[in-house]
Design a binder for this molecule. Structure first.
Ligand code: SF4
Length: 217
């Protein structure tokens, strides 16, 4: 049986935050993290509201916007959840889709390095959400260690991908501060990264339910 991508949704005609051009987001199912303010816990619920596509099926599905991709320098964004959990599929997709399509990856990099290596030369734009570079803050917020994240950031630097990489750095109420965020930026600049997208999670406590809104600044 061929590779299949497990997705919880496909969103067409996106024009922001995806690198360049008009893009289609393909949101992968599954995530190794458990962020306290996760907007979409269905990303990792089992079995979850999932559709599956072979490479050929997904190319057919997104090719409806081929003209937009080619005219604007856009393409397909693999997001999630954590799309690197399905790195073999992304590699196969890149091999078979039109060469003019740009492929972006929205990832936390919280996966073993072997998975990033599978696609590192397939990706045109990397959009990385590192949460916070402080290991303790990261552990408190995601429930996991950020060791894989740090190793994978080093891989991006070693593979000369910094000019294709934007790092998202959230201000997470109750978990980090502006000072922590500046520390993260400094750490990443020392590694060699150039482009950052600071934003804040706005959290409302209402009826005992937490709601987080990504608010880009
Ligand atoms: S990385 Fe994203 S999908 Fe995964 S738990 Fe965190 S917010 Fe949710």
């Amino acid at each position: 049986m061929g590779l299949k991508f497990r997705t919880i949704g496909i969103e067409r005609l996106r024009v922001i935050n995806d690198g360049a051009g008009i893009t289609t987001l393909v949101a992968g199912h599954g995530c190794p993290l458990r962020c306290k303010y996760c907007l979409n816990p269905q990303y990792f619920e089992q079995p979850g509201p999932v559709a599956e596509y072979t490479v050929e099926e997904l190319i057919r599905e997104v090719a409806i916007d081929d003209l937009y991709f080619q005219a604007t320098g856009g393409g397909v964004v693999f997001g999630g959840g954590e799309p690197l959990l399905q790195a073999d599929f992304i590699h196969a997709f890149r091999q078979q889709c039109p060469k003019e399509w740009k492929i972006s990856l929205e990832s936390s990099l919280a996966v073993p390095g072997t998975e990033l290596e599978k696609v590192i030369d397939d990706i045109d734009f990397f959009l990385i959400d590192i949460k916070d570079m402080n290991g303790e803050i990261y552990q408190n917020y995601t429930g996991r260690s950020n060791e894989n994240v740090i190793q994978n950031l080093k891989r991006l630097v070693e593979a000369n991908k910094v000019t294709q990489t934007t790092i998202r750095i959230p201000l997470i109420p109750g978990f980090n501060t502006e000072t922590d965020r500046q520390e993260s930026i400094k750490y990443l600049q020392e590694m060699g990264f150039l482009f950052f997208d600071p934003f804040r999670y706005e959290v409302e406590l209402a009826l005992g339910k937490r709601k987080a809104v990504k608010n880009h600044k």
